[in-house]
Design a protein around this ligand. Structure first.
Ligand code: SAH
Length: 387
């Protein structure tokens, strides 16, 4: 897996800059491009025990960690001035745990303001996007887990520029906190509200940034003041199908919904649409999904973008139906969202209907996703984070 941290241990010059080195004859080290420092440590990177320790390190009583956590996760504020239950000197010291991680660059809205995409700049200039979608009965935050993506699926805009880097736990959590804050403050039409769902369907492959993502999910589902108190059932992790990571996720004891981006029922086509399929085949990835469902008792969601004349033939619907029938599964068909430079488009309506009918014939629960945010390039696969 590319882009992980912790593999670059050689210190150069500036003590915060780390670099990798390539093997050389003994006594020689050749430095290649230095890696930038990590994002600053933030309250949301830490569980409560680690927060207490961090607060103590800053010279404050451990219970201040609870106070600070309540401000951040319950009142959704990082504004030290607003924390009037903390003495001024304490506020100043504790500010070290609330560094600014995300700076909004641009906001775009559609659906009368109920769909909002935000472009964020991270501390090192990397750009990511998140999307808030308010429905009558729920609010879903679609978050990014990496700046860019290394999976290279040809129909997805994010994949075209490759991977910049993994996001930290707090950088991921901050996207949800920002959305929750906007809702609480009544910035989204419909009155004050709460985030009920989080989907890892923004930029990046969440399971390629496993540790940070799992830790971020913990922050989202832990009740306040430890975390945001969102139901684990409301959290969906979407993956191209990194089989060992799916197995690990099943053992985390967090009943999050797994979404598997299948897009083709046969290896020949899936090898081209989801290139990681050359490593883990359709049969293997489906086995991992069924094992996940068995362990977590959660219905697995199979994502299938319908691409005109590429993967939308009835025989493929039939093959898909045979592969997934009688399983704890739901098939989500996504009309392909257009991306720059791609010659592919969404299926014809009659082909989409025939595809649905074929799946229904096999008794497979299927829905066609109502894609939000197309007009602002905020729908699935359209996040390119360009300025
Ligand atoms: N890397 C993860 C999560 C990000 S994409 C994954 O692949 O699952 C979220 C979903 O949008 C995935 O199912 C992805 O395949 C789908 N998607 C990507 N590009 C799309 C496009 N142009 N139109 C419709 N869906 C797309």
């Amino acid at each position: 897996m590319r882009g992980g941290w912790g593999t670059f241990t050689t210190l150069v010059g500036n003590s915060r800059e780390k670099a990798s080195h390539v093997s050389q004859p003994p006594g020689q080290l050749t430095f290649v491009a230095p890696r930038r420092a990590k994002p600053a440590r933030h309250l949301a990177d830490l569980n409560m025990a680690a927060r207490r320790a961090a607060v103590a390190e800053l010279g404050e009583k451990p219970f201040r960690a609870d106070q600070l956590s309540r401000h951040y996760f319950s009142h959704l504020t990082s504004d030290l001035e607003a924390m009037t239950d903390l003495p001024a000197a304490a506020r100043e010291r504790l500010g070290a745990l609330l560094p600014t991680l995300l700076t909004p660059v641009r906001e775009m809205t559609t659906d009368a303001g109920t769909t909002r995409k935000t472009l964020w700049r991270l501390f090192d200039g990397a750009l990511v996007e998140s999307v808030l979608m308010r429905y009558p009965d729920r609010v879903t935050m679609c978050v990014s887990s990496q700046a860019g993506c290394g999976m290279n699926c040809p129909f997805c805009a994010t994949g075209q520029a490759g991977l910049t880097r993994n996001m930290s736990t707090a950088e991921i959590v901050e996207q949800v906190v920002a959305g929750a804050r906007a809702l609480a403050q009544g910035q989204i039409p419909g009155g004050p509200g709460r985030v009920s769902n989080v989907v890892f369907m923004g930029m990046g492959e969440p399971l390629a940034n496993y540790k940070q993502v799992v830790e971020a999910v913990r922050r989202m589902v832990e009740p306040a003041p430890d975390g945001l108190g969102i139901s684990a059932r409301g959290v969906t992790v979407s993956t191209v199908g990194l089989v060992p990571a799916i197995g690990k996720l099943a053992d985390e004891g967090m009943p999050v919904t797994l979404a598997l981006s299948l897009h083709a029922p046969d290896d020949e086509l899936r090898d081209t649409l989801v290139p990681i399929n050359t490593r883990w085949k359709v049969a293997e990835v489906l086995d991992a999904a069924w094992a996940y469902a068995a362990k977590t008792k959660r219905r697995v969601s199979i994502e299938y973008a319908l691409i005109k004349d590429i993967n939308d033939q009835e025989w493929r619907a039939d093959l898909l139906g045979k592969l997934v029938r009688n399983k704890l599964v739901h098939v989500n068909l996504i009309p392909l969202n257009p991306t720059p430079g791609s010659k592919w488009t969404a299926s014809r309506p009659e082909d989409e209907r025939a595809f649905v009918r074929r799946l229904e014939f096999h008794g497979v629960p299927v829905t066609v996703r109502d894609t939000r945010g197309r007009e602002i390039d905020g729908a699935c696969g359209q996040l390119a984070a360009a300025e």
